[in-house]
Every structure is written in C-alpha cells, then in structure tokens.
Design a binder for this molecule. Structure first.
Ligand SMILES: Nc1ncnc2c1ncn2[C@@H]1O[C@H](COP(=O)(O)OP(=O)(O)OP(=O)(O)O)[C@@H](O)[C@H]1O
Ligand SMILES: Nc1ccn([C@@H]2O[C@H](COP(=O)(O)O)[C@@H](O)[C@H]2O)c(=O)n1
Length: 195
C-alpha cells in the first residue's frame, strides 16, 4: 500500500522544512508544489501555455525562491486553467513511489484528498516574516507585507483556495523548533501507518 502525506499551509510556515525532513526519515519522495507555480510565473508569456509545457528542469531555474517569484506564482496560481494543467503531474508524482510527501496549498483538499496523513502547518504572520527575512537576508517589514498579500490572494481565489482539509492535523510551529515540529509529524506518521 502507498502512503501519501499532504502538507498545506500559508507561506513560510515551515511546510517545506517539515516535508523534506519527514521524507528523509521514511525514505519517501518529496515534491514542493509551490515550485511548479513559481516556475510558471517566472517563465512569463502566456501562463496557461507555460503550465501546459512545463518540464521538470524548469523547477531548477535560478531565482525561483525570491519574494518576487512568490508573488508572480500567486498571481498565476489563481488562473483555473493553470491549476488544471498542473494536476496530473502532481498526482502522478504522488503515486510514483510507495511513499510520497507533497507540500503546497491544495494538496489535502484537491490533489491528494485520499492522502493517509494531512497536515495544515501555520505560524504567526510575524514569526513567518522573521524566519523568511532571515533566510533571504531581506527586510522583515517588506516580507511581512508580501506574505500577507500572497496569503490573502491564495485564500480568496475561487479555485482550490488555500484552506485546511476537514481531516487535516493542525500544526502551529510558532513556538516550536524545527526539530520539535518534525518530531511531531514523524510521530503522527508512525501512528497513522500502524492503523
Ligand atoms: N519551527 C521552525 N523554527 C524556526 N525556523 C523555522 C521553523 N520552520 C521553518 N523554519 C524556517 O523558516 C523558513 C521558512 O520555512 P519553509 O521554507 O519550510 O516554509 P514553507 O512553508 O515551505 O514556505 P513556502 O510557502 O514559501 O514554500 C526557512 O528559513 C526555515 O528554515
Ligand atoms: N499547491 C500549491 C502550491 C503553491 N501555490 C501557489 O504558489 C505560490 C508559491 O508557493 P510557495 O509554497 O513556494 O510559497 C503560493 O503563494 C500559491 O499562490 C498554489 O496555489 N498551490
């Protein structure tokens, strides 16, 4: 039987950090689905065509981690045809190996609604901005405004808005170290896989 872990939540809440560590612990494959939207935004031109023609190597383009690339991703991610062009790639990835971790905004609700474990990872706006500003060496106030704008757009869009799946485990990492957050998820995977 395959085991899929779906991790959603707002920007810089720690989804990717947890996803990578949990995938490493269990030998699962990991897909950061935000990279798909970042790549589509960065390619430019018609975003629907860019999504339809997206190749795996586009996910390693330079500059995809910047705040500007995040904003461009969030704008193209609100276009229904862009989202539908990327569904198959994500679902195929989830089924490509017996164990997979995908992180994003709609993994538990749309891409992998049958996932064995769903998480919705949050942290306060201020803490997320501080962590991201440290990571990028950027101005904290600027990052805070950028995260809030992006989260608002992601939560308000008509198609696949960012929200927790009804059966998601909620994890607020505001007061948790990376190791503590990862340990909680590893424990949840172990409990769920014994059922
Ligand atoms: N519990 C934690 N304590 C301290 N720092 C953390 C914690 N979790 C994550 N971080 C740091 O916060 C930053 C954002 O984390 P991460 O990239 O995992 O977030 P994300 O939710 O995947 O972001 P995005 O939505 O942009 O993909 C990183 O620099 C990471 O090292
Ligand atoms: N499943 C997803 C993943 C991402 N998005 C959009 O992409 C933007 C960038 O994502 P990061 O995880 O790299 O920050 C994000 O703000 C969303 O607009 C998405 O819609 N669905």
């Amino acid at each position: 039987m395959s085991f899929t872990i779906a991790i959603d939540g707002p920007a810089a809440s720690g989804k990717g950090t947890i996803a990578r560590a949990v995938a490493r612990e269990f030998g699962f494959v990991h897909l950061d689905t935000g990279l798909l939207y970042r790549a589509v935004g960065a390619i430019g031109g018609d975003p629907i065509l860019a999504a339809l023609r997206l190749r795996p190597e586009d996910l390693s383009r330079d500059g995809l981690r910047t705040a500007e690339a995040g904003q461009a991703a969030s704008r193209v991610a609100a276009i229904p045809e862009v989202r539908s062009a990327l569904v198959d790639f994500q679902r195929r990835f989830a089924l490509s190996e017996p164990g997979a971790v995908l992180d994003g905004r709609d993994i538990g609700t749309v891409i992998c609604p049958e996932a064995q474990l769903k998480l919705y990872v949050t942290a306060s706006d201020e803490i997320r901005a501080r962590r991201r500003a440290l990571e990028l060496g950027a101005d904290e106030a600027h990052i805070l405004a950028e995260l809030r704008e992006r989260d608002a757009r992601d939560a308000a869009r008509d198609v696949a808005p960012m929200r927790p799946a009804e059966d998601a485990m909620l994890l607020d990492t505001s007061q948790l170290s990376i190791d503590e957050a990862v340990a909680r998820v590893i424990e949840a995977v172990r409990l769920r896989s014994r059922r």
